[in-house]
Ligand binder design. Structure first.
Ligand code: ATP
Length: 426
Protein backbone atom coordinates (compact mmCIF):
# COMPACT_ATOMS: atom_id res chain seq x y z
CA UNK A 1 0.00 0.00 0.00
CA UNK A 2 1.54 3.35 -0.95
CA UNK A 3 2.09 5.61 2.06
CA UNK A 4 1.16 9.25 2.42
CA UNK A 5 3.35 11.27 0.08
CA UNK A 6 1.68 14.66 -0.19
CA UNK A 7 -0.30 16.87 2.16
CA UNK A 8 -2.14 20.17 2.19
CA UNK A 9 -2.92 22.20 5.28
CA UNK A 10 -5.95 24.42 5.83
CA UNK A 11 -5.98 26.76 8.84
CA UNK A 12 -9.50 27.88 9.78
CA UNK A 13 -10.23 31.08 11.69
CA UNK A 14 -11.23 34.61 10.73
CA UNK A 15 -8.74 35.95 13.30
CA UNK A 16 -5.93 34.44 11.20
CA UNK A 17 -6.89 36.80 8.38
CA UNK A 18 -6.23 39.85 10.57
CA UNK A 19 -2.82 41.40 11.32
CA UNK A 20 -3.21 40.36 14.97
CA UNK A 21 -2.82 36.56 14.79
CA UNK A 22 -0.54 34.42 12.64
CA UNK A 23 -1.07 30.86 11.56
CA UNK A 24 1.78 29.10 13.36
CA UNK A 25 0.07 25.69 13.36
CA UNK A 26 0.91 25.12 9.72
CA UNK A 27 4.60 25.79 10.41
CA UNK A 28 4.58 23.18 13.15
CA UNK A 29 2.64 20.73 10.98
CA UNK A 30 4.88 21.28 7.94
CA UNK A 31 7.98 20.50 10.00
CA UNK A 32 6.44 17.34 11.44
CA UNK A 33 4.99 16.15 8.11
CA UNK A 34 8.32 16.73 6.34
CA UNK A 35 10.09 14.71 9.02
CA UNK A 36 7.65 11.89 8.23
CA UNK A 37 8.58 12.03 4.54
CA UNK A 38 5.37 13.82 3.55
CA UNK A 39 5.65 16.72 1.16
CA UNK A 40 3.47 19.74 2.01
CA UNK A 41 2.29 21.08 -1.34
CA UNK A 42 0.04 23.93 -0.33
CA UNK A 43 -1.26 25.81 2.70
CA UNK A 44 -4.38 27.94 2.94
CA UNK A 45 -6.03 30.16 5.53
CA UNK A 46 -9.78 30.52 5.44
CA UNK A 47 -12.18 32.53 7.62
CA UNK A 48 -15.04 30.96 9.57
CA UNK A 49 -17.07 30.28 6.46
CA UNK A 50 -18.60 26.85 5.77
CA UNK A 51 -18.92 27.16 1.99
CA UNK A 52 -15.36 28.47 1.49
CA UNK A 53 -13.89 25.76 3.68
CA UNK A 54 -15.89 23.00 1.98
CA UNK A 55 -14.73 24.21 -1.46
CA UNK A 56 -11.10 24.43 -0.33
CA UNK A 57 -11.23 20.93 1.14
CA UNK A 58 -12.59 19.46 -2.11
CA UNK A 59 -9.82 21.14 -4.10
CA UNK A 60 -7.14 19.98 -1.67
CA UNK A 61 -8.38 16.38 -1.76
CA UNK A 62 -8.13 16.39 -5.54
CA UNK A 63 -4.40 17.12 -5.23
CA UNK A 64 -3.05 15.59 -2.01
CA UNK A 65 -3.10 12.27 -0.15
CA UNK A 66 -3.64 13.97 3.19
CA UNK A 67 -5.48 17.15 4.17
CA UNK A 68 -4.95 18.52 7.68
CA UNK A 69 -7.45 21.13 8.88
CA UNK A 70 -6.75 23.09 12.06
CA UNK A 71 -9.18 25.16 14.13
CA UNK A 72 -12.90 25.75 14.14
CA UNK A 73 -13.71 22.68 16.25
CA UNK A 74 -15.05 24.56 19.26
CA UNK A 75 -18.69 24.48 20.40
CA UNK A 76 -19.88 27.86 19.11
CA UNK A 77 -21.71 28.81 15.96
CA UNK A 78 -18.64 30.25 14.31
CA UNK A 79 -16.84 26.91 14.68
CA UNK A 80 -17.62 25.69 11.20
CA UNK A 81 -15.13 22.92 10.52
CA UNK A 82 -17.27 19.88 11.37
CA UNK A 83 -20.22 21.04 9.25
CA UNK A 84 -18.05 22.11 6.31
CA UNK A 85 -16.21 18.79 6.26
CA UNK A 86 -19.49 16.85 6.47
CA UNK A 87 -20.78 18.83 3.47
CA UNK A 88 -17.60 18.54 1.39
CA UNK A 89 -17.31 14.78 1.95
CA UNK A 90 -21.04 14.21 1.77
CA UNK A 91 -20.99 12.38 5.07
CA UNK A 92 -23.78 13.44 7.44
CA UNK A 93 -22.99 14.34 11.03
CA UNK A 94 -24.23 12.18 13.86
CA UNK A 95 -23.69 12.22 17.58
CA UNK A 96 -20.94 9.95 18.87
CA UNK A 97 -22.11 8.54 22.23
CA UNK A 98 -18.62 7.84 23.50
CA UNK A 99 -17.45 11.39 22.74
CA UNK A 100 -20.55 12.84 24.41
CA UNK A 101 -19.91 10.76 27.53
CA UNK A 102 -16.27 11.89 27.52
CA UNK A 103 -17.25 15.57 27.23
CA UNK A 104 -19.80 15.22 30.07
CA UNK A 105 -17.19 13.48 32.24
CA UNK A 106 -14.68 16.24 31.52
CA UNK A 107 -17.09 18.91 32.79
CA UNK A 108 -18.20 16.74 35.74
CA UNK A 109 -14.58 16.27 36.85
CA UNK A 110 -14.52 20.05 37.39
CA UNK A 111 -17.82 20.02 39.24
CA UNK A 112 -19.71 21.51 36.26
CA UNK A 113 -22.64 20.41 34.12
CA UNK A 114 -21.83 20.41 30.42
CA UNK A 115 -23.58 23.31 28.63
CA UNK A 116 -25.88 21.99 25.87
CA UNK A 117 -23.87 23.95 23.32
CA UNK A 118 -20.89 21.60 23.82
CA UNK A 119 -22.96 18.73 22.44
CA UNK A 120 -21.89 19.97 19.03
CA UNK A 121 -18.37 18.76 19.78
CA UNK A 122 -19.67 15.18 19.87
CA UNK A 123 -21.01 15.49 16.31
CA UNK A 124 -18.82 13.62 13.84
CA UNK A 125 -19.06 13.00 10.09
CA UNK A 126 -19.86 9.36 9.24
CA UNK A 127 -16.81 7.10 9.47
CA UNK A 128 -14.67 9.61 11.45
CA UNK A 129 -12.51 8.30 14.28
CA UNK A 130 -12.07 10.66 17.26
CA UNK A 131 -8.56 11.66 18.38
CA UNK A 132 -8.33 12.28 22.13
CA UNK A 133 -7.52 15.82 23.31
CA UNK A 134 -5.35 15.67 26.44
CA UNK A 135 -5.30 19.47 26.77
CA UNK A 136 -8.83 20.69 25.94
CA UNK A 137 -12.39 19.79 25.10
CA UNK A 138 -12.37 19.74 21.28
CA UNK A 139 -11.61 16.21 20.06
CA UNK A 140 -9.70 15.82 16.80
CA UNK A 141 -10.99 13.59 14.02
CA UNK A 142 -9.33 11.21 11.56
CA UNK A 143 -11.38 10.43 8.46
CA UNK A 144 -10.19 7.71 6.08
CA UNK A 145 -11.35 8.26 2.56
CA UNK A 146 -13.01 5.28 0.90
CA UNK A 147 -11.78 3.61 -2.30
CA UNK A 148 -13.00 5.67 -5.25
CA UNK A 149 -13.00 8.90 -3.21
CA UNK A 150 -10.28 11.47 -3.75
CA UNK A 151 -7.38 11.67 -1.27
CA UNK A 152 -6.58 9.15 1.41
CA UNK A 153 -7.39 10.87 4.70
CA UNK A 154 -8.61 14.11 6.25
CA UNK A 155 -7.44 15.00 9.76
CA UNK A 156 -9.12 17.69 11.85
CA UNK A 157 -7.15 19.20 14.74
CA UNK A 158 -8.07 21.88 17.31
CA UNK A 159 -6.76 25.43 16.79
CA UNK A 160 -4.89 26.17 20.03
CA UNK A 161 -1.24 25.10 19.51
CA UNK A 162 -1.03 23.65 23.02
CA UNK A 163 -3.83 21.24 22.11
CA UNK A 164 -2.87 20.58 18.49
CA UNK A 165 0.79 19.77 19.06
CA UNK A 166 0.42 16.93 21.60
CA UNK A 167 -2.54 15.54 19.63
CA UNK A 168 -0.47 15.41 16.46
CA UNK A 169 2.50 13.80 18.19
CA UNK A 170 0.43 11.29 20.19
CA UNK A 171 -2.26 10.25 17.73
CA UNK A 172 -1.49 11.40 14.19
CA UNK A 173 2.29 11.01 13.73
CA UNK A 174 2.45 7.34 14.82
CA UNK A 175 -0.33 6.44 12.39
CA UNK A 176 1.24 8.34 9.49
CA UNK A 177 4.63 6.77 10.25
CA UNK A 178 3.09 3.27 10.23
CA UNK A 179 1.38 3.87 6.92
CA UNK A 180 4.36 5.57 5.26
CA UNK A 181 6.72 2.58 5.46
CA UNK A 182 9.47 4.44 7.37
CA UNK A 183 10.00 7.06 4.64
CA UNK A 184 11.65 10.21 6.03
CA UNK A 185 13.02 13.50 4.75
CA UNK A 186 16.62 14.46 5.51
CA UNK A 187 18.08 17.91 5.11
CA UNK A 188 21.46 19.63 4.74
CA UNK A 189 22.36 23.31 4.55
CA UNK A 190 25.37 24.78 2.73
CA UNK A 191 26.05 28.34 3.94
CA UNK A 192 28.02 30.92 2.01
CA UNK A 193 28.93 34.56 2.21
CA UNK A 194 30.66 37.08 -0.02
CA UNK A 195 28.57 36.37 -3.11
CA UNK A 196 25.19 37.59 -4.40
CA UNK A 197 22.37 35.08 -4.83
CA UNK A 198 22.58 35.22 -8.64
CA UNK A 199 26.36 34.63 -8.59
CA UNK A 200 25.90 31.62 -6.32
CA UNK A 201 23.10 30.21 -8.43
CA UNK A 202 25.07 30.61 -11.65
CA UNK A 203 27.79 28.34 -10.26
CA UNK A 204 25.56 26.05 -8.22
CA UNK A 205 22.75 25.38 -10.69
CA UNK A 206 24.81 23.21 -13.09
CA UNK A 207 25.94 21.21 -10.06
CA UNK A 208 22.60 20.71 -8.33
CA UNK A 209 20.46 20.57 -11.48
CA UNK A 210 21.27 16.87 -12.08
CA UNK A 211 20.61 16.03 -8.39
CA UNK A 212 16.88 15.80 -9.22
CA UNK A 213 17.50 12.90 -11.59
CA UNK A 214 19.74 10.92 -9.24
CA UNK A 215 18.80 7.50 -7.87
CA UNK A 216 17.73 9.37 -4.75
CA UNK A 217 16.41 12.69 -6.07
CA UNK A 218 17.60 15.74 -4.13
CA UNK A 219 15.60 18.97 -4.02
CA UNK A 220 17.67 22.14 -3.75
CA UNK A 221 16.43 25.59 -2.70
CA UNK A 222 18.45 28.78 -2.51
CA UNK A 223 17.63 31.24 0.30
CA UNK A 224 19.20 34.69 0.51
CA UNK A 225 19.55 37.10 3.42
CA UNK A 226 21.81 40.18 3.58
CA UNK A 227 25.36 38.87 3.94
CA UNK A 228 24.46 35.21 3.70
CA UNK A 229 23.21 32.70 1.13
CA UNK A 230 21.97 29.24 2.05
CA UNK A 231 21.52 26.23 -0.22
CA UNK A 232 19.04 23.78 1.30
CA UNK A 233 19.24 20.19 0.09
CA UNK A 234 16.55 17.65 0.95
CA UNK A 235 15.85 14.07 -0.02
CA UNK A 236 13.44 11.39 1.18
CA UNK A 237 13.49 7.63 1.41
CA UNK A 238 13.06 4.65 3.70
CA UNK A 239 16.75 3.67 3.57
CA UNK A 240 18.05 6.57 5.63
CA UNK A 241 21.71 5.58 5.26
CA UNK A 242 21.39 5.74 1.47
CA UNK A 243 19.59 9.11 1.73
CA UNK A 244 22.33 10.47 3.99
CA UNK A 245 25.05 9.23 1.61
CA UNK A 246 23.35 10.89 -1.37
CA UNK A 247 23.01 14.17 0.54
CA UNK A 248 26.62 14.07 1.78
CA UNK A 249 27.81 13.62 -1.79
CA UNK A 250 25.58 16.48 -3.01
CA UNK A 251 26.92 18.77 -0.28
CA UNK A 252 30.52 17.83 -1.10
CA UNK A 253 30.03 18.62 -4.81
CA UNK A 254 28.40 21.97 -4.11
CA UNK A 255 31.03 22.92 -1.53
CA UNK A 256 33.82 22.03 -3.98
CA UNK A 257 32.25 24.19 -6.70
CA UNK A 258 31.74 27.16 -4.37
CA UNK A 259 35.05 27.19 -2.48
CA UNK A 260 36.15 29.53 -0.87
CA UNK A 261 32.78 31.13 -0.19
CA UNK A 262 31.28 28.19 1.70
CA UNK A 263 31.80 28.61 5.42
CA UNK A 264 29.60 25.87 6.84
CA UNK A 265 28.02 22.56 5.80
CA UNK A 266 27.11 21.38 9.29
CA UNK A 267 24.63 24.02 10.41
CA UNK A 268 27.17 26.23 12.21
CA UNK A 269 26.84 30.00 11.95
CA UNK A 270 29.66 32.15 10.57
CA UNK A 271 30.50 33.43 14.07
CA UNK A 272 30.66 29.85 15.37
CA UNK A 273 33.03 28.86 12.54
CA UNK A 274 35.25 31.87 13.30
CA UNK A 275 35.13 31.04 17.02
CA UNK A 276 36.16 27.44 16.39
CA UNK A 277 39.06 28.56 14.19
CA UNK A 278 40.28 31.07 16.78
CA UNK A 279 40.03 28.49 19.53
CA UNK A 280 41.83 25.79 17.54
CA UNK A 281 44.70 28.20 16.86
CA UNK A 282 44.64 29.52 20.42
CA UNK A 283 44.23 33.12 19.21
CA UNK A 284 42.28 36.02 20.71
CA UNK A 285 40.57 38.83 18.82
CA UNK A 286 39.70 42.47 19.58
CA UNK A 287 37.35 44.55 17.41
CA UNK A 288 37.13 48.27 16.58
CA UNK A 289 33.80 49.14 15.00
CA UNK A 290 32.62 52.39 13.53
CA UNK A 291 29.63 51.92 11.21
CA UNK A 292 28.57 48.56 12.69
CA UNK A 293 28.80 49.94 16.25
CA UNK A 294 29.11 46.59 18.04
CA UNK A 295 27.26 44.25 15.67
CA UNK A 296 30.42 42.21 14.98
CA UNK A 297 31.23 41.87 18.65
CA UNK A 298 27.62 40.94 19.40
CA UNK A 299 27.73 38.13 16.85
CA UNK A 300 31.14 36.89 18.00
CA UNK A 301 29.94 36.72 21.60
CA UNK A 302 26.68 34.94 20.72
CA UNK A 303 28.76 31.77 20.57
CA UNK A 304 28.96 29.97 23.93
CA UNK A 305 32.52 29.91 25.25
CA UNK A 306 33.52 33.03 23.29
CA UNK A 307 35.29 34.52 26.30
CA UNK A 308 38.17 32.17 25.37
CA UNK A 309 38.74 33.93 22.04
CA UNK A 310 37.15 37.39 22.30
CA UNK A 311 39.03 40.03 24.30
CA UNK A 312 36.70 43.00 23.73
CA UNK A 313 36.41 46.04 21.55
CA UNK A 314 35.70 49.70 20.99
CA UNK A 315 32.76 51.38 19.30
CA UNK A 316 34.75 54.16 17.65
CA UNK A 317 31.91 56.06 16.03
CA UNK A 318 33.19 59.62 16.30
CA UNK A 319 36.57 60.57 14.86
CA UNK A 320 37.77 61.75 18.31
CA UNK A 321 37.27 58.21 19.63
CA UNK A 322 39.21 56.72 16.72
CA UNK A 323 42.05 59.03 17.80
CA UNK A 324 41.76 58.84 21.59
CA UNK A 325 40.76 55.19 22.08
CA UNK A 326 42.61 53.59 19.17
CA UNK A 327 45.55 55.90 18.60
CA UNK A 328 44.72 56.71 14.98
CA UNK A 329 46.92 59.66 13.90
CA UNK A 330 44.85 62.85 13.30
CA UNK A 331 46.94 63.58 10.18
CA UNK A 332 46.04 60.21 8.70
CA UNK A 333 42.37 60.94 9.21
CA UNK A 334 42.71 64.46 7.73
CA UNK A 335 44.61 63.14 4.72
CA UNK A 336 42.54 60.10 3.80
CA UNK A 337 39.20 60.52 5.61
CA UNK A 338 37.71 58.27 8.30
CA UNK A 339 36.50 55.76 5.73
CA UNK A 340 39.79 54.78 4.15
CA UNK A 341 42.19 51.87 4.06
CA UNK A 342 44.98 53.64 6.03
CA UNK A 343 42.55 54.61 8.82
CA UNK A 344 40.95 51.12 8.94
CA UNK A 345 44.44 49.60 9.18
CA UNK A 346 45.40 52.00 11.97
CA UNK A 347 42.16 51.15 13.83
CA UNK A 348 42.87 47.41 13.57
CA UNK A 349 46.47 47.88 14.72
CA UNK A 350 45.36 50.16 17.54
CA UNK A 351 42.74 47.82 18.97
CA UNK A 352 45.07 44.82 18.67
CA UNK A 353 47.87 46.52 20.60
CA UNK A 354 45.71 48.29 23.20
CA UNK A 355 43.78 45.10 24.01
CA UNK A 356 46.87 42.83 23.84
CA UNK A 357 45.05 40.62 21.33
CA UNK A 358 46.54 38.40 18.62
CA UNK A 359 44.16 39.75 15.98
CA UNK A 360 42.71 43.23 15.57
CA UNK A 361 39.63 43.65 13.35
CA UNK A 362 38.26 47.02 12.28
CA UNK A 363 35.29 48.33 10.30
CA UNK A 364 34.70 51.85 9.09
CA UNK A 365 32.11 52.79 6.49
CA UNK A 366 29.15 54.80 5.27
CA UNK A 367 25.88 53.03 6.05
CA UNK A 368 23.74 55.92 4.77
CA UNK A 369 21.33 57.23 3.87
CA UNK A 370 23.43 60.44 4.21
CA UNK A 371 27.19 60.89 4.20
CA UNK A 372 28.03 59.50 0.77
CA UNK A 373 30.13 61.25 -1.89
CA UNK A 374 30.96 60.42 -5.51
CA UNK A 375 34.29 58.84 -4.48
CA UNK A 376 32.85 57.16 -1.40
CA UNK A 377 29.16 56.43 -2.00
CA UNK A 378 26.79 55.07 0.64
CA UNK A 379 27.64 51.40 1.13
CA UNK A 380 31.41 51.95 1.07
CA UNK A 381 32.89 49.94 3.94
CA UNK A 382 36.55 49.33 4.71
CA UNK A 383 37.54 46.31 6.80
CA UNK A 384 41.05 45.63 8.10
CA UNK A 385 42.70 42.84 10.04
CA UNK A 386 45.94 43.32 11.91
CA UNK A 387 47.90 40.24 12.92
CA UNK A 388 51.06 41.79 14.37
CA UNK A 389 54.08 39.94 13.04
CA UNK A 390 52.13 38.53 10.09
CA UNK A 391 51.20 42.07 9.01
CA UNK A 392 47.77 43.36 8.14
CA UNK A 393 45.29 43.14 5.31
CA UNK A 394 42.60 45.56 4.27
CA UNK A 395 39.70 45.55 1.79
CA UNK A 396 37.20 48.09 0.56
CA UNK A 397 33.65 46.89 -0.17
CA UNK A 398 30.63 48.54 -1.77
CA UNK A 399 27.46 47.03 -0.35
CA UNK A 400 24.04 47.60 -1.92
CA UNK A 401 20.85 48.31 0.01
CA UNK A 402 19.63 50.45 2.87
CA UNK A 403 21.37 51.25 6.15
CA UNK A 404 20.31 48.02 7.85
CA UNK A 405 21.44 45.89 4.91
CA UNK A 406 24.79 47.67 4.62
CA UNK A 407 25.48 47.10 8.31
CA UNK A 408 24.49 43.43 8.11
CA UNK A 409 26.60 42.79 5.04
CA UNK A 410 29.56 44.63 6.60
CA UNK A 411 29.27 42.48 9.74
CA UNK A 412 29.27 39.23 7.74
CA UNK A 413 32.10 40.43 5.49
CA UNK A 414 34.23 41.27 8.53
CA UNK A 415 33.67 37.87 10.11
CA UNK A 416 34.38 36.20 6.77
CA UNK A 417 37.62 38.12 6.37
CA UNK A 418 38.71 36.79 9.75
CA UNK A 419 37.77 33.27 8.66
CA UNK A 420 39.74 33.53 5.43
CA UNK A 421 42.76 35.07 7.16
CA UNK A 422 42.82 32.26 9.71
CA UNK A 423 42.45 29.56 7.04
CA UNK A 424 45.26 31.10 4.97
CA UNK A 425 47.58 31.21 7.98
CA UNK A 426 47.79 27.42 8.28
P1 ATP B 1 -11.52 25.74 20.86
O1 ATP B 1 -12.37 24.63 21.35
O2 ATP B 1 -10.43 26.11 21.81
O3 ATP B 1 -12.32 26.93 20.37
P2 ATP B 1 -10.96 25.41 18.07
O4 ATP B 1 -10.51 24.23 17.31
O5 ATP B 1 -12.32 25.91 17.78
O6 ATP B 1 -10.74 25.12 19.59
P3 ATP B 1 -10.23 28.02 17.28
O7 ATP B 1 -11.44 28.57 17.98
O8 ATP B 1 -10.25 27.99 15.80
O9 ATP B 1 -9.94 26.57 17.80
O10 ATP B 1 -8.93 28.75 17.78
C1 ATP B 1 -8.69 28.95 19.15
C2 ATP B 1 -7.40 29.74 19.31
O11 ATP B 1 -6.32 28.94 18.88
C3 ATP B 1 -7.32 30.99 18.44
O12 ATP B 1 -7.82 32.12 19.06
C4 ATP B 1 -5.83 31.15 18.25
O13 ATP B 1 -5.25 31.84 19.31
C5 ATP B 1 -5.35 29.74 18.23
N1 ATP B 1 -5.20 29.27 16.85
C6 ATP B 1 -6.17 28.85 16.03
N2 ATP B 1 -5.68 28.50 14.82
C7 ATP B 1 -4.36 28.75 14.88
C8 ATP B 1 -3.28 28.62 13.95
N3 ATP B 1 -3.49 28.14 12.72
N4 ATP B 1 -2.04 28.98 14.35
C9 ATP B 1 -1.84 29.45 15.60
N5 ATP B 1 -2.80 29.58 16.52
C10 ATP B 1 -4.05 29.26 16.18
Amino acid sequence: MPGFRSAEIIAVGSELLTPHRSDTNSLFLTGRLNDLGIDVRSKAIVGDDRANLAALLRQALARADLVVITGGLGPTNDDVTREAVATALDRPLSENDELLAGLRARFASRGMTMPEINRRQAQVPRGAAPLPNSMGSAPGLWIDMAAGERGRAVVLLPGPPRELQPMFDQSVAPRLARESGGRRWRRRVVKLTGRAESQVDEVAQPVYGPFRDGEIPIDTTILAAPGQIELHLSAAGADLEAVDRALDEGVARLAAALVPHVFSVDGRSLEAVVGDLLQSKDLRIAVAESCTAGLVLARLTEVPGSSSWVVGGVVAYANEVKISALGVAPDLMALHGAVSEPVATAMADGVRVRFSADLGLSITGIAGPAGGSPEKPVGTVVIAIATGRAGSSVRTFRFPGDRRMVRQQATSAALDLVRRTLLASN
